[in-house]
Design a protein around this ligand. Structure first.
Ligand SMILES: [Zn+2]
Length: 187
């Protein structure tokens, strides 16, 4: 089936959806499972993709645009028109690797802040695609990290919650107009 969901990978002056930023309650609410995968949802997927490409992101979770649903879009090759985006509906983690790796992350909801985060190197997930077809995926590298980052959003967690260097984080946040009070460190 051709991907009808595909949108042109370009920057729009007025992206269809508004991003919510660190400190906004929308980012802290656990997202609800999606029960109906229909044209209306596929339209939302399209708008999330347009918003993500317009902001130079490689992943976007619905809570970041104020929508309390278990929906994620990802495209680790936004400059490659041939790379289809990935749409994750109701994703669940089936397994993570014992190997942990550290890499720098950023987030469209916390612009200009890039910091190291430790995560399992490989993750295995189950989800439904934009046509409701059940899928599984095992991913490492950038994609594996992106999936874990976006799935955190569905649980009301943002990457700064996982940053261990709290002193540098506090400095970076204040430099960019965010409050450290908005961080909820994970145990
Ligand atoms: Zn994010």
């Amino acid at each position: 089936m051709p991907s009808e969901i595909a949108v042109e990978k370009k920057k729009l002056k007025n992206p269809p959806l508004k991003l919510h930023y660190l400190g906004d309650r929308a980012l802290r609410q656990p997202a609800k499972r999606i029960t109906k995968i229909d044209d209306e949802l596929r339209q939302l997927v399209r708008e999330m993709l347009q918003t993500m490409y317009s902001s130079d992101g490689i992943g976007l979770a619905a809570p970041q645009v104020g929508i309390n649903k278990q929906l994620i879009v990802i495209d680790c090759e936004p400059d490659n028109p041939a790379n289809p985006p990935l749409v994750l509906i109701n994703p669940v983690i089936k397994q993570v690797s014992k190997d942990i790796c550290v890499a720098q992350e950023g987030c469209l909801s916390i612009p200009n802040i890039y910091m190291d985060v430790k995560r399992p190197e490989v993750v295995e997930i189950a989800y439904k695609d934009e046509y409701g077809r059940p899928k599984t995926l095992k991913a490492g590298d950038l994609l594996g990290r992106c999936i874990q980052h976006e799935m955190d959003h569905l649980n009301g967690v943002v990457f700064v919650d996982r940053v261990e260097n709290s002193l540098t984080l506090a400095q970076e946040l204040s430099k960019n107009g965010f409050s450290y009070q908005a961080v909820k460190p994970v145990a």
